[in-house]
Design a protein around this ligand. Structure first.
Ligand code: SAH
Length: 285
């Protein structure tokens, strides 16, 4: 009896473990050492689009499963991802579920945690640097300010149509608002903020692709944001940082942009002048 029990236990594969890991905002150097270590020992890695391909070099041994909206495909259904996590762990694998930014913000982590708990699977959560904090670093700005902002709210504009987002309370909160998934819903966001009582002059800075080589910043105000984002062709992924704490940065960025534009104009004029001179010299010769 004892022997049989031992035998069947040995045959049964050991249950694996799932690691829900934040991949940070894109710059591979912003991945934690822990995330890198887990990637290097993973059997299976489930990866989001936002996590980026560079991380794949850290887990050449692992089986990679893409679960994002690659190549215009529809995203993998959430329920399928949850089943996959459970199935791979039950098969005895060390599974890393890599999510863009931080795990706990707008990444549907609660559903995955619930599914893992329900299946009795051991798991760990490893935080990452969220896009909003990478945006603040990109802007060289503080999200809090002794006079203007005593805290920060991370908000999604996604589903804001029907969602119970307390815009009025947020507008009067003196918090810096960091809005995720706001590019496509800029008009709705603007209307909600204005209706909530936020002044149209309030600075808004959009940071596209924070921490990546192709990052871009668009400075605007609540009143002008829809127009400015359209003119500047702001693209996703971008976070919008809204509030008086951004006022100094917005004017510093605008000033730097004006100086750069003036320098570019002066350079173009100098080039045109030297080209004209050269043409004159050639004719004389
Ligand atoms: N868990 C992620 C957020 C996922 S929701 C995090 O903590 O960052 C996806 C949204 O995140 C995008 O629509 C965009 O608003 C924001 N985002 C993700 N990566 C970004 C980046 N590198 N720069 C700017 N915004 C980014």
């Amino acid at each position: 009896m004892k022997l049989t029990t031992l035998h069947s236990t040995q045959l049964r594969p050991k249950t694996g473990k799932v690691f829900l890991v934040g991949a940070g905002p894109g710059d591979i150097e912003l991945l934690t050492l822990k995330a890198a270590r887990l990637l290097a020992m993973a059997d299976v890695v489930l990866i989001d689009d936002l996590a980026g391909d560079e991380v794949l070099a850290l887990c050449p041994q692992a089986r990679i499963i893409h679960v994002g909206k690659r190549g215009g495909c529809k995203s993998t259904p959430q329920s399928f991802i949850e089943k996959l996590l459970v199935r791979e762990a039950l098969a005895g694998h060390a599974v890393v579920r890599l999510k863009g930014g931080d795990v706990s913000l707008f990444g549907r982590a609660s559903e995955e945690i619930f599914a893992l708990e329900a299946a009795g699977i051991e798991f760990e959560v490893v935080p990452g640097i969220t896009a909003g904090l990478a945006a603040a670093a990109e802007l060289k700005a503080s999200l809090t300010h002794r006079d203007h902002a005593h805290g920060v709210a991370f908000i999604t504009a996604h589903g804001a149509e029907g969602a119970e987002i307390p815009w009025r309370a947020l507008a009067h909160s003196a918090l810096t608002l960091v809005v995720y998934m706001g590019v496509a819903r800029a008009a709705l966001l603007q209307a909600s903020l204005l209706a909530g009582g936020l002044s149209g002059d309030t600075p808004v800075i959009a940071v596209e692709s924070a921490s990546r080589a192709d990052t871009r910043t668009v400075c605007s105000t609540v009143a002008a944001m829809v127009n400015d984002f359209a003119t500047q062709q702001l693209k996703s992924p971008a976070v919008l940082v809204i509030g008086e704490a951004m006022a100094e940065r917005a004017s510093a960025i605008a000033e730097a942009a004006a100086i750069a534009e003036a320098a570019a104009l002066a350079e173009a004029a100098a080039l045109a002048e030297s080209a004209q001179l050269a043409a004159g010299t050639t004719r004389v010769a």
